[in-house]
Design a protein around this ligand. Structure first.
Ligand code: V0D
Length: 257
């Protein structure tokens, strides 16, 4: 709390939306939405209740990101590791995209949000994949916030697939080894066409990347909080952006990056 607040005469004051809007807004914010299970456990609720509450927070933060003029919001919803969870929990998680979109897709369309997805969606249950594909199609011409869900995503697997495709393209003569540059590698990743994240937020106290966007996060500002995802509010989001803006002001134009 303390060090995330602006201090005026030794009194912490919360950052306001107006103040955040006076400085450059990060174009691309990525979030590792951790702590749903722990939130439920603290309340003696089933883990599913934490995931459900986490889904409501996705709506709230999507609306707010759009209001702030953020261009891309990437959310780590399901990792390739998450298959190791109990089957009942995985089954519940796989129902969330459909549930989310049934009630929220009209609002996303009205607000000009473009839904995208990265990850191995072909391995998801049909009803999950269909719901997501429908949202992607119905919002494909939208020009507002890009809401990018990482579903069955793992960064090493993404990089491995990119390297395999590059090798194939070299083999068939479509590419020369000298053509393999950093921008070319970026263009073979699932995030091709999206700028790299400016800010990564991870909730729930773990200080690691857990195989999320390893290539794309090379220069990203990282912000960690102990707040559990279902407890994450617009105010926490503002604090993360304000921290990014302070760092950006300090290093803008002088750092090596
Ligand atoms: C559970 C916290 C929205 C993290 C948020 C299948 C874990 C709530 C979606 C969603 C999940 C995904 C795609 C889409 C629309 C919505 C979602 C999953 C988990 C994993 F097009 N929330 N959410 N997907 N949780």
């Amino acid at each position: 709390m303390f060090n995330k607040m602006r201090k005026t005469k030794e009194i912490d004051v919360p950052v306001t939306k107006e103040e955040v809007l006076r400085h450059p807004i990060p174009s691309h914010v990525a979030i590792i939405m951790d702590g749903n299970g722990r939130w439920a456990k603290k309340r003696a609720l089933p883990r599913a209740a934490g995931h459900y509450e986490g889904m409501q927070v996705v709506r709230k933060i999507t609306r707010f990101a759009n209001e702030l003029g953020i261009r891309i919001l990437s959310l780590y919803a399901f990792s390739t590791e998450n298959w190791k969870r109990p089957k009942s929990e995985v089954d519940y998680l796989m129902k969330l995209p459909e549930q989310f979109l049934t009630t929220f897709l009209p609002e996303l369309i009205a607000e000009n949000v473009k839904v995208q997805v990265i990850g191995h969606t072909e391995a998801l249950p049909d009803y999950t994949r269909r719901a997501v594909e429908k949202a992607v199609e119905e919002t494909s011409d939208n020009t507002g916030l890009v809401l990018n869900f990482a579903l069955n995503y793992g960064s090493r697997s993404e990089i491995t697939a990119a390297v395999q495709q590059i090798a194939k393209d070299v083999e068939r003569g479509a590419l020369a080894p000298e053509d393999i540059t950093e921008p070319l590698i970026s263009s073979y990743l699932m995030t091709s066409g999206l700028a790299d994240p400016d800010l990564l937020i991870r909730t729930s106290g773990e200080i690691r990347l857990s195989n999320f966007m390893l290539w794309q996060l090379a220069y990203t500002e990282l912000w960690f909080t102990d707040v559990l995802w279902p407890d994450f509010t617009e105010q926490h989001f503002l604090e993360a952006i304000a921290a990014y803006q302070r760092r950006d002001r300090r290093f803008g134009g002088v750092s090596a990056r």
